[in-house]
Design a protein around this ligand. Structure first.
Ligand code: ADP
Ligand code: MG
Length: 646
């Protein structure tokens, strides 16, 4: 037939519920021509909605053939059906089915978004349509602020926005009072008069009366068809208007997805914040913890390198064994012997203890460090006043001390040089022969000037009451030869002790051991942080799954108005990604703030870009990965089922 647009032949739709099969449509054949106004009449349960869903390509028949403009539509893919819907049909539902969170204008625009119309044209068209339907003042209103009749007119505007061939209205007046119902019917008649094809589904005789052709359906069969009748004014070719509906641009659908994501996140603000919190905590943890890890690493590194790479330390006890108490192996003579080896610049015997120093009526607890005459040279730490003790002082057990700056200031507060005065240690008078320059805080934060130096022999005999050293620090002349020198020291001590009861470590090995510990530490922190990020991601997935269930109807509406699976997938993925990316940004800020607080409280914290970038990337990836499953669930929903959901 000329002008035929829809052609159903022997369409069956069966629902199987356990054993029972419901034949909602049982062999329906129907031909609808361009410009017709058809009313499909029938009692509740007769199969009207099922028929409309098949005509509107929202659902597929169980069997039979359905042609739209000569093209077989019954077995198209989901996305091809979406395209066909978008281009051919405008839907008007009994319950309006507007998106509650979008304004009237935005609701009208939705089908044109999926048709790829540019933003400006969309809003122009939407406002023109709303104007025409008497809702010019209501463009910015949300559905909840509109009456039922107004909502239905918004729905009709939405059905018209893509300028479809066919308007499908399923009981459009069913939920309206009679006056609003009459307005809607008048509107449909007017659209018919303009040449549009209208299919109206109703169970009311007085509604059906308005149509030019009445098809009665009962128990899935067509029982009466008044046949093609008065066709409205021949259609002005509207195909030109439909231009652009094929090239659905990705950016338009991306934009809509972003807007929709933003809207839904804003509507569920509390939930969004809670979800965000999970990501924020995760990202902040990564940033702060890695900064702490890096800070501690730097600190250890500084401490070790500030010590000098040309130094070696000989300790009592075999390598790896840290015995408690006094290890009786290293003696001052060992230091003297080591000093005689080639490439050894100096060897400092050391032992220290905490003790009270007294001057006049002032008592002060400090660290007493027994060492050799080479100490200022070894540590690059000169004397400010007086002099350091000599080799002779060490050999002769001289009762002399050199004060650190802090000690000097504390026990000689009246100022003036302490050199030449006496202090008491264990009630023994010691002559102050020098004061060190100020060294300041150690990389660990301790006060390096809070110390008194005594010749090692004097210290061992008169103060510590022990014969053994806690370490010998060795400085080599040529760092390149440090390994060989270390070997020589080991051989020498082995010969002297007749056993390997000591260990020698150079800075390189210190550094390596320390860095290994540090790396483990950082890895541990990083793992904890990564786990919290994972937990945050699972939270996002959980919320997105809930969101999909809650918004099934919205998904149905979007699909009915032409959204493809891809669009729905994109929308939900973007929603998750937006949450995670926002959480990532805030998390970085919170992490930096937390790091600042820790730094302020004296911890060493070093921020680097990599953890922040990594955490942000992880958060965004989390959004995509954990958003994918819910998004896929949403996209796979059957439009009919989605629309039917409450
Ligand atoms: P109407 O719109 O005319 O009231 P419907 O087309 O909605 O009728 O339903 C026709 C028949 O198909 C009814 O008996 C209904 O119970 C049945 N039916 C509709 N949808 C389903 C479904 N998803 N599963 C099982 N039965 C269904
Ligand atoms: Mg129905």
């Amino acid at each position: 037939m000329n002008g035929t647009i829809l052609e159903l032949s022997d369409i069956h739709k069966h629902y199987t519920n356990g054993d029972a099969t419901v034949r909602a449509l049982d062999g329906v054949s129907l031909v609808i021509g361009r410009g017709e106004f058809v009313a499909i009449m029938g009692q509740s349960g007769s199969g009207k909605s099922t028929l409309m869903n098949i005509i509107g390509c929202l659902d597929r028949p169980t069997s039979g053939s359905y042609r739209v403009l000569g093209k077989e539509a019954a077995y198209l893919s989901a996305d091809d059906l979406a395209a066909l819907r978008r281009e051919t049909f405008g839907f008007v539902f009994q319950r309006y089915n507007l998106l509650a969170t979008a304004t009237a204008g935005e609701n009208v625009e939705i089908p044109s978004v999926y048709a790829g119309l540019p933003k400006q044209k969309r809003s122009q068209r939407a406002s023109a349509l709303l104007q025409r339907l008497g809702l010019g003042e209501r463009i910015q209103h949300r559905p909840a602020e509109l009456s039922g009749g107004q909502q239905q007119r918004v729905a009709i505007a939405r059905a018209l926005v893509n300028d479809p061939l066919v308007i499908l209205a399923d009981e459009p007046t069913g939920a309206l009072d009679s006056r609003s119902g009459d307005e809607v019917l008048a509107l449909l008649k007017q659209l018919h008069a303009e040449g549009r094809t209208i299919i109206l589904i109703t169970h009311e005789e007085n509604v059906a009366r308005h149509a030019g052709r009445i098809v009665r359906i009962q128990d899935g069969h067509i029982v009466e068809d008044s046949g093609p009748a008065a066709i409205g004014r021949p259609e002005t070719d509207s195909d030109a208007l439909r231009a652009g509906s094929n090239g659905v641009s990705f950016s338009a659908s991306l934009q809509e997805a972003l807007v929709a994501a933003w809207r839904s996140l804003r509507v569920n603000l509390f939930r969004t914040v809670l979800t965000l919190l999970g990501i924020i905590i995760g990202v902040a943890a990564v940033v702060a913890m890695l900064a702490v890890g890096e800070g501690s690493r730097q600190k250890v590194l500084d401490r070790i390198t500030s010590f000098g790479t040309n130094l070696m330390v000989v300790r009592p006890g075999a390598a790896g064994i840290r015995a408690a108490g006094d290890i009786a192996t290293l003696v001052p003579d060992d230091a003297i012997a080591i000093r005689g080896l080639p490439n050894v610049e100096l060897a400092l015997p050391e032992r220290s203890s905490r003790m009270t120093v007294r001057h006049g009526n002032r008592d002060y607890q400090t660290s007493i460090q027994g060492t050799g005459q080479d100490f200022p040279r070894a540590r690059d730490w000169p004397v400010a006043d007086g002099q350091f003790f000599s080799a002779e002082d060490v050999r002769a057990y001289a009762p002399v001390v050199v004060l650190g700056r802090t000690v000097a200031k504390t026990i000689f507060p009246e100022g003036g040089s302490p050199v030449g005065k006496y202090v008491l240690l264990k009630n023994v008078p010691f002559l102050v022969i020098g004061v060190m320059t100020e060294k300041g805080a150690s990389p660990m934060g301790g006060d390096q000037d809070d110390v008194i130096f005594v010749p090692i022999n004097t210290g061992l005999v008169r103060l510590f009451g022990k014969k053994y050293l806690s370490s010998i620090t060795v400085k080599v002349s040529d760092t390149a030869d440090i390994e060989a020198t270390q070997e020589r020291i080991e051989n020498l001590l082995r010969a002297r002790h007749r056993t390997e009861d000591f260990s020698v470590r150079n800075m390189a090995s210190f550094l390596q051991a320390a860095m290994e510990t540090q790396d483990t530490f950082t890895l541990l922190l990083g793992t904890v942080a990564a786990i919290s990020l994972l937990v945050g991601g699972i939270g996002v997935m959980n919320i997105m799954l809930v969101s999909v269930v809650e918004r099934t109807r919205e998904i149905g509406i979007r699909m009915a108005t032409g959204a493809r699976m891809r669009d729905i997938l994109l929308q939900f993925n973007i929603e998750a990604a937006v949450v995670c990316a926002a959480g990532g940004l805030v998390g970085i800020a919170v992490g930096v703030a937390a790091g600042m607080v820790l730094r302020y409280s004296g911890m060493s914290v070093v921020f680097s870009v990599a953890p922040a970038v990594l955490a942000f990337a992880c958060a965004s990836a989390t959004g995509l990965i954990f958003g994918y499953l819910p998004a896929r669930k949403a996209a796979r929903l059957d439009p009919v089922i989605a629309l039917a959901s409450e």
